[in-house]
Write a protein that binds this ligand. Structure first.
Ligand SMILES: NC(=O)c1ccc[n+]([C@@H]2O[C@H](COP(=O)([O-])OP(=O)(O)OC[C@H]3O[C@@H](n4cnc5c(N)ncnc54)[C@H](OP(=O)(O)O)[C@@H]3O)[C@@H](O)[C@H]2O)c1
Length: 268
C-alpha cells in the first residue's frame, strides 16, 4: 500500500519518521550525560542529513542534558527541523519521574527550555504528563498563555486519553498528541482515531522498543525479509496518515534500517 510519507503541522512538512533523543542523549535511567556525546551528535546529524526533520526531546531527559545536547547537534540545521520538547514531568532520580502540571512550575520549565535550546520560540511544546493533582485545563491554560506570549509555536499533549485531550482542547489549540504506539501496542487506538479525524498529529513514542514480539510477528517479518523494527515502523506509516514515529538510536546502522522502513511495502 502506498502511504503519504509527510504530515504538515502549520506550514512545516514533517517526514513521518522522526527521531526521539531520550535514550541516546542521556545516561542509564535517562539520567545524566550520554556516555558517548560525539557519537550521539554524529547520529543525530546523520538523521537530519537523511531527511529526518522532527526531533523530540524533553527537559526531564537527563534532566536537561538531552536538550543541551540536541541544541548543540542541530545548531547547523536549525531551520530545517521542527524541534519538540516537553515540560511538566520532573526527573528526580534515575528511572523516576513525577508529573507537575502547576502553571507556576510550567512557567519555570518553559523558561529553562528556551534558555537551553537558545530560542525565543519553541517549535512544539508538549505537556509531558497529566498531573493528577491539577486539572489539565489549568496546565493547558498556562501553555496557551505562553503561546500568546510567543514562547510556543505549536502546543501538544502527551500520554493522554480521549477525554483528557478534549479537556485540553477546551482551552488551547492542540496540534499534536504524543502517546505510545507500535505494532504491538495499540492501546491508544481511540486517540489515533480522534486525532486522525481532526487532522492533529499523533506522535508515536516507543515505536520500536517492543518487548512483547510474538511468533506471528517474527514470522511475518521473516517472510517479508525485514526486521521486526521495520515491521513496526512500516505498520505505523500505514496505520494512519497523521502518525509520526520517533524511534531513537545511537547507531548509524539502526538509523539506516529504521529509515529504510519507508521502502517497505507490505499488506497488514
Ligand atoms: N512522551 C513520553 O512519555 C515518552 C515516553 C517514552 C519515549 N518518548 C519519546 O519517544 C522516543 C522513542 O522512545 P524509546 O527510546 O522509548 O523507544 P524506541 O525509539 O522505540 O527504541 C529505542 C531503543 O531501540 C533500539 N533501536 C532503535 N532502532 C533499532 C533498530 N533498528 N534495531 C535494533 N534496535 C534498535 C535503540 O538502541 P540502539 O541505540 O542500540 O539503536 C534503543 O535502545 C524517545 O526518544 C522519546 O523522545 C516519549
Amino acid at each position: 500500500m502506498k502511504t503519504e510519507n509527510t504530515f504538515t503541522i502549520g506550514d512545516f512538512k514533517i517526514n513521518r519518521i522522526g527521531f526521539g533523543t531520550m535514550r541516546a542523549s542521556t545516561g542509564a535511567g535517562i539520567w545524566g550525560d550520554t556516555l558517548n556525546k560525539e557519537n550521539t551528535i554524529k547520529v543525530l546529524r546523520k538523521a537530519i542529513e537523511n531527511g529526518v526533520n522532527f526531533i523530540d526531546t524533553a527537559d526531564s531527559y537527563g534532566p536537561y542534558t538531552s536538550e543541551l545536547l540536541v541544541q548543540e547537534a542541530i545548531k547547523p540545521f536549525k531551520d530545517q527541523v521542527m524541534l519538540a520538547t516537553k515540560g511538566g514531568a520532573v526527573k528526580y532520580r534515575p528511572g523516576a519521574v513525577m508529573a507537575n502540571g502547576h502553571p507556576y512550575y510550567l512557567r519555570t520549565a518553559i523558561e529553562g527550555s528556551l534558555k537551553r535550546l537558545e530560542r525565543e520560540t519553541i517549535d512544539m511544546y508538549f505537556l509531558h504528563r497529566v498531573d493528577p493533582n491539577i486539572p489539565i485545563e489549568e496546565s493547558l491554560g498556562a501553555l496557551a498563555q505562553f503561546q500568546k506570549e510567543g514562547k510556543i509555536r505549536h502546543i501538544g499533549v502527551s500520554n493522554v486519553t480521549v477525554e483528557q485531550l478534549e479537556k485540553a482542547q477546551s482551552v488551547a489549540k492542540i496540534e499534536a498528541v504524543q502517546n505510545a504506539l507500535s505494532y504491538k501496542d495499540r492501546r491508544y487506538e481511540a486517540v489515533v482515531n480522534k486525532t486522525s479525524s481532526e487532522n492533529i498529529a499523533f506522535v508515536a513514542h516507543t515505536p520500536v522498543a517492543v518487548n512483547n514480539w510474538d511468533e506471528a510477528a517474527f514470522a511475518k517479518a521473516e517472510q517479508e525479509g525485514i526486521s521486526t523494527n521495520q515491521l513496526s515502523l512500516s505498520w505505523l506509516l500505514q496505520y494512519s496518515p497523521n502518525v509520526i514515529s520517533i524511534p531513537g538510536t545511537s547507531s548509524e546502522d539502526h538509523l539506516a534500517e529504521n529509515l529504510a522502513s519507508y521502502n517497505v511495502n507490505i499488506k497488514f
